[in-house]
Design a protein around this ligand. Structure first.
Ligand code: ES4
Ligand code: ZN
Length: 325
């Protein structure tokens, strides 16, 4: 078997992917037409997925979310996301959802379709999954409190945590401290996007004020030696997404010697490899692992270590985790 086929076939756990960012372009066009929602004009479907930065990306992400409406739509996009991940070796996945982005669609209806897609994918393909609603930081903490109420009203076993996402600047983590404390009191696990487009201080703020267990992205940690030392000591896990860095960070060249994921691994930080919004960033989980190997200096042993770190940092119960290792 050649190395790339071996990398693709490694059994994996993915802990950073967004449901709405994982919609295939053809599915997005089809659902938009069915539901009479206008997507931005484009000559071919692939052109829909093109952006200069995180804000442009999030605008398209919002337009696509608008076109996902019925229980069957949610079932379909969930199943297709899990199908693609399973074809790339994923056996377990924790995925973010953005229920607030589907305006006028009740959370109950969204969760019903998502859970049906998860159950079918597990039955057909053996992939086990859980989901994590993300708080849109751009909407502020008061909207976040109402959002958490909705989440808790529609609580189910597959809903295991709370995330914080959307554009970082100028939305630091600290104002969300009470919200995250209430989520933890209600048994939700915590993670936050930090240090992707925002500064290293947002990583420290997420650890200190929000008490998150994981940091999503975290690339700007390379600008703060003391924070690297702290995260090494505390064993903080980073959910890195190689292709995303080409669209949303200052590091557009994956082969650059100073690429942050390369430097984070070299520093010994606990890094994991994930696909974030795979079709929207022209990738899939297997390709993210190939990039880590071909461009970011990961050895095969480093890839295996990253997979075990994902499993360790996952929010599966400890008994299941041990069985899978
Ligand atoms: C996102 Cl900050 C960010 N990056 C990638 N995908 C996202 N979906 C929602 N927020
Ligand atoms: Zn993300």
């Amino acid at each position: 078997m050649d190395t790339n086929s071996l990398i693709r076939s490694l059994p994996k756990a993915e802990i950073h992917i967004h449901l709405e960012g994982a919609i295939l372009p053809a599915t997005a066009m089809e659902l938009a037409a069915k539901n009479n929602v206008a997507l931005p004009e484009c000559e071919q479907v692939e052109d829909l997925y093109s952006y200069a930065d995180l804000a442009e990306f999030l605008a398209i992400y919002g337009a696509i979310a608008d076109s996902i409406i019925t229980v069957d739509d949610f079932h379909r996009i969930t199943y297709e996301m899990l199908q693609s991940a399973a074809a790339n070796g994923a056996r377990y996945m924790e995925f973010f959802i953005s229920p607030h982005a589907h305006k006028n669609v009740a959370f109950k209806q969204q969760f019903e379709g998502i859970r049906a897609g998860m159950a079918d994918a597990e039955a057909d393909l053996g992939i086990v999954s859980r989901f994590i609603p993300g708080v849109n930081r751009e909407l502020g903490p008061a909207a976040g409190e109402e959002y958490l109420d909705e989440i808790l009203d529609n609580r189910c076993d597959e809903l295991i945590g709370l995330g914080l996402d959307y554009n970082e600047a100028p939305f630091p983590p600290e104002p969300f401290a009470d919200l995250f404390a209430r989520a933890a009191d209600n048994g939700l696990r915590l993670t936050a996007h930090a240090g992707e487009s925002g500064p290293a201080a947002f990583i420290a703020g997420s650890l200190d004020a929000l008490k998150v267990e994981r940091i999503d992205h975290g690339y700007n940690i390379v600008n703060d030696e003391a924070l690297i030392e702290r995260c090494l000591g505390e064993g903080v896990v980073f959910t890195c997404c190689p292709s995303t860095t080409q669209y949303t960070t200052a590091w557009r060249d994956l082969d650059a010697a100073d690429h942050p994921i390369r430097r984070m691994r070299e520093a010994g930080l606990a890094v994991t490899i994930n696909s974030d919004d795979p079709p929207m960033f022209a990738t899939d989980l297997g390709k993210e692992f190939e990039i880590a190997y071909d461009s970011l200096g990961f050895s095969l042993d480093d890839l295996k270590a990253a997979i075990l770190t994902s499993l360790d940092a996952s929010w599966l119960d400890e008994t299941t985790k041990r069985q899978w290792k």
